[in-house]
Design a protein around this ligand. Structure first.
Ligand code: DOR
Ligand code: ZN
Length: 347
């Protein structure tokens, strides 16, 4: 059966980069088109380290939410070696902060203030486990002798696996997973441990990075892997297992910062992410699994109510613009100048 019109519970994006200041006028409206809520990453420069930082960042985001939208940003704190224990305790009383993001120092964009050694933050993780605050991982080791395609797998073996034994009650999200190793690890763990899956890691593999030349707009971290890993992610997303849910990792960078001799990591997917997840589930004949993945499992994991709103998409072709304006420059979105099959019609 191929329905031409589908209404589902309004989805949430459980991993999103909105940036700050003038960027917000572009990024917020793109996500608010499709998602009811989004978990906003804290890797600004300087990062969002305290609950007060998160509350004022949230207000700057809310100021850019289009009038006809009820989009709600949900906030995260950026863990550093020097994060104070009292900030972790404050999260429990905060309405707006849902979790703490762990960037290994040097792993990705704006991660230089990240954690240099997990042992330095054991006391903070202990408190998160005690207060039942989710810890969200950028799961890659940063040692330069480890091959870039192996960094997620080595992180799981050397950091994450021991951590789950040390803190069995800690709720963990392994963000934007890219390998079969990650899928297998998540499936083997308790229900405390979940993962987000991006649309670009479902649609592409590392060949896309080099198709006829170097393709900087496919460069993201963790980097795209070979097709056996892509196939494992596809199977996980389509499986209906609630440990796997939607997180776009939409990560905007200007065209000049992507098309550079040292290009930034990130795929700007927000302008088409939901439509592409629809297309992906449809092409794999599993459209009935989409609502769980996009609208239920993440909310359940974070212990917040599922959305009561809906969104309707119709089979109706449209073309993604070649570019958008972002920070007074241009930004190239995913699927730029290509056709999309599904269109949001009611929201
Ligand atoms: O590709 C990425 N871009 N991966 C990340 O982990 C960070 C993100 C960004 O902030 O640009
Ligand atoms: Zn991210």
């Amino acid at each position: 059966m191929h329905p031409n019109k589908i209404t589902i519970t309004k989805p949430d994006d459980w991993h999103l980069h909105l940036r700050d200041k003038s960027a917000l006028s572009t990024t917020v409206s793109h996500s608010a088109r499709a998602f009811g809520r989004a978990l906003v990453m804290p890797n600004l420069s300087p990062p969002i380290i305290t609950v007060d930082d998160a509350v004022s960042y949230r207000e700057r985001i809310i100021a850019e939410v289009p009038k006809n939208s009820n989009f709600q940003p949900l906030m995260t704190l950026y863990l550093t070696d020097n994060t104070e224990l009292k900030e972790i305790s404050k999260i429990k009383d905060s309405e707006h902060v849902l979790g703490v993001k762990y960037y290994p120092a040097g792993a990705t964009t704006n991660s230089s203030n990240g954690v240099t050694n997990i042992e330095k933050v054991y006391h903070l993780i202990e408190e998160m486990s005690h207060l039942d605050i989710p810890l969200l991982f950028h799961g890659e080791v940063t040692d330069h002798h480890v091959d870039i395609f192996d960094r997620e797998q080595v992180f799981i073996e050397t950091i994450l696996n021991p951590l789950t034994e040390r803190y069995p009650d800690l709720r963990i999200v392994l963000e934007h997973i890219t390998t079969k190793n990650a899928v297998d690890f998540i499936k083997d763990q308790s229900k405390n441990i979940a993962a987000t899956i991006t649309i670009h890691h479902l649609l592409y593999n590392r060949n896309n990075l080099f198709l006829g030349g170097l393709r900087p707009h496919f460069y993201c971290l963790p980097i795209l892997k070979r097709d056996i890993h892509q196939k494992a992610l596809i199977k996980a997303a389509l499986s209906g297992n609630p440990k796997f849910f939607l997180g776009t990792d939409s990560a905007p960078h200007t065209q000049s910062k992507k098309e550079s001799s040292c290009g930034c990591a990130g795929v700007y997917s927000a302008p088409a992410a939901l439509e592409l997840y629809f297309e992906f589930f449809e092409n794999n004949h599993e459209l009935d699994k989409l609502e769980g993945f996009a609208s239920f499992f993440g909310a359940d994991f974070y212990h917040i109510a599922r959305s009561k709103k809906t969104i309707t998409l119709e089979k109706n072709k449209w073309r993604m613009p070649k570019e958008f304006i972002f920070e007074d420059e241009s930004i190239i979105p995913i699927h730029a100048d290509q056709e999309l099959q599904w269109k949001i019609t009611e929201n």
